[in-house]
Design a protein around this ligand. Structure first.
Ligand SMILES: Cc1cc2nc3c(=O)[nH]c(=O)nc-3n(C[C@H](O)[C@H](O)[C@H](O)COP(=O)(O)O)c2cc1C
Length: 191
């Protein structure tokens, strides 16, 4: 089982990245191969069909496409910005499509306020359907993110620890269910 975590913030003081790192640790601890895609380490320019003819961009898009393609399941981790998910995440998603097809995808949404990115998460689940992928019905909402981790980036909120454990278990169950179903005759007949 391989899981890609797609980080949705490139902000200098980003807090949602702590959630990515925590999920990475949780999943790796369960023996899952995790690939964390960070828009700071592998930035893509504002989407253009032809990648501006720039060989460096074309290569970066191809590399990221392979990493996405290799995943059995994914987690999109987004901050809530102005009532929605982040632009940097949407920009990344718009470069790809087939790479997401029929993959289970969980959403984690983060805010500094009390609502835990509920608007961002719901809208992102709609986008996941448009990508031809399967949104995990439950999501990981992280309110008050500024008080969720200590200075060593360890989680301090019992609620967050409980919710992230549950989210991880549900994601793995869902990912396993979809992977198993893909190995059956039923799946081939539905093609
Ligand atoms: C441009 C911008 C817009 C924001 N809009 C919202 C919002 O609509 N709702 C909300 O709850 N928090 C909002 N916030 C607060 C963010 O959720 C909070 O800063 C969070 O830490 C962002 O994630 P990040 O630190 O990983 O970038 C906004 C923050 C920024 C920078």
């Amino acid at each position: 089982m391989k899981i890609v975590i797609l980080a949705g913030s490139a902000r200098r003081d980003r807090k949602s990245f702590n959630v990515c790192v925590h999920l990475e640790k949780l999943l790796s601890g369960l023996g899952i191969e995790v690939d964390l895609l960070d828009p700071v380490k592998t930035p893509l320019p504002v989407f253009d069909d032809f990648a501006d003819g720039n060989p460096a961009v074309i290569q970066a898009v191809e590399k990221m496409g392979k990493r996405l393609e290799n995943a059995d399941a994914m987690v999109f981790v987004t901050p809530e910005y102005n009532g929605s998910f982040s632009g940097v995440l949407k920009n990344t998603l718009d470069y790809f499509w087939a790479e997401f097809s029929e993959k289970p995808i969980g959403v984690a949404a983060v805010s500094s306020g009390k609502m835990g990115g509920i608007n961002a998460s719901t809208q992102l689940q709609h986008v996941i359907l448009s990508l031809g992928a399967y949104p995990l019905p439950i999501k990981l909402l992280v309110p008050d993110v500024d008080n969720t981790f200590d200075e060593h980036l360890n989680p301090t909120s019992e609620e967050f620890i409980k919710n992230s454990n549950r989210f991880t278990k549900k994601l793995l169950w869902f990912a396993n269910a979809v992977s198993s179903a893909k190995n059956t005759q039923l799946y081939e007949n539905a093609e």
